[in-house]
Design a protein around this ligand. Structure first.
Ligand SMILES: *Cc1c(COP(=O)(O)O)cnc(C)c1O
Length: 360
């Protein structure tokens, strides 16, 4: 027997809300949640296992609450003169974003976002009692400095969320937009750079804007480029005072000793972990080119996924692919679907299926 949710004394503002719900189906070709579809190299996996095994010998003790070694490793990875004092981390960047909203948002405060964007931004806003207000993008899913400033002036937000490159559209965000938004906003400006490593080499990112901007927060994750989605490790670079603010809301010992050991070990193998990124970019570029040839409207992307339009019936195409063991993502954008770049074989399977569907 199941109790309807309405029968529970649930918080009023959570009534009628939908949980995050990307379908978690297991089929031969899974290109639906922008995971890195390349498994980590076996020698790296062995090293990670050894470090986890070593950490098990002291698992009777609480882990390092400050995850100092991990923060040092993340600071080294990011460069830009950052030190461990600039770094925060949690169980996925989703938890980092939750900490940010717990510390800087909450009841009576509002966060400005620019849909279509990562659905978790508005979901975490609502779960922390923060009002989610929406700005409109320019044509082509862009956000110019003027557009960002106009929406900040109109909505006076306590937080501004950007996603760069944007999920689900793939659109890069000019640094000028972040700079202008920072000047216009009185609250914190968060740049979610989950896909930063997939941008063209040499593309400047928001880390270069951190000096002198104590309200600017740049969030990253090991889930995508590092092929570490199952380990749950997201992180943030900002002024050291921001990390101190987040210490007020985190649960003590929120990062398990096993997670810390695994992430430090993976960061020790950064070149091998990131070796797949170039191949993924090649597969993404194949998708862009081939879908264009097939007549679809393909949006420019600086990430490991591609948003394409010109689909008469997205749900029908989604189901047609699923029946052939291929899952992609229908985000409810009219006439559009999103596909993640896979291995070469997975990408070929998807593109061949698309050619067949289009020729019917
Ligand atoms: C996938 C993704 C994340 C990653 O979340 P984790 O909790 O780190 O796995 C964060 N932001 C965006 C925009 C994403 O698409």
């Amino acid at each position: 027997m199941t109790t309807p949710l309405d029968a529970l004394p649930l918080r009023d503002d959570l009534r009628g809300r939908q949980p995050y719900g990307a379908p978690q189906l297991h089929v031969p070709v899974e290109l639906n949640v922008n995971e890195n579809t390349h498994p980590i190299p076996e020698d790296v996996a062995r090293d990670i296992i050894e470090r986890i095994a070593a950490s098990l010998l002291t698992i009777n003790r609480y882990p390092d609450r400050e995850f100092t070694e991990l923060r040092q490793a993340l600071a080294r990875y990011l460069g830009h003169g950052l030190t461990e004092a600039n770094i925060w981390a949690a169980n996925g960047s989703n938890e980092v974003l939750q900490h940010i909203l717990q510390a800087f948002g909450g009841p009576g405060r509002r966060v400005l976002g620019f849909p279509p964007t990562y659905s978790m931004h508005s979901i975490i806003a609502s779960s922390t009692g923060t009002e989610w207000v929406e700005g409109e993008r320019d044509p082509g899913y862009q956000i110019s400095p003027e557009t960002a400033v106009r929406w900040i002036e109109q909505t006076d937000p306590d937080l501004v969320f950007f996603c760069a490159p944007n999920n689900p559209t793939g659109t890069p965000l000019p640094l000028e937009t972040i700079e202008a938004a920072y000047e216009a906003a009185r609250g914190v400006v968060v740049v979610d750079e989950a896909y930063e490593e997939f941008a063209p080499a040499g593309t400047p990112n928001a880390l270069s804007l951190l000096p002198g901007r104590q309200r600017l927060l740049v969030s990253r994750t090991m889930s995508k480029a590092f092929a570490f989605a199952g380990a749950r490790l997201g992180y943030l670079a900002a002024d050291p005072a921001v990390a101190d603010a987040l210490r007020l809301v985190r649960l003590p010992y929120h990062l398990s000793a096993l997670t810390q050991a695994a992430a430090v070990a993976a960061l020790d193998h950064t070149p091998e972990m990131l070796a797949m990124v170039d191949d993924i970019k090649r597969q993404r570029d194949r998708i862009v080119e081939r879908l264009g040839e097939l007549g679809y409207e393909v949006w420019p992307t600086a990430s490991n996924f591609v948003l394409f339009g010109g689909v008469d019936d997205p749900e029908a195409l989604f189901e047609w692919l699923l029946a052939r063991g291929i899952i992609i993502r229908n985000l409810g954008i009219p006439n559009h679907l999103r596909v993640s770049a896979g291995t070469e074989a997975e990408t070929t399977a998807f593109l061949d299926a698309m050619a067949e569907y289009t020729a019917r």
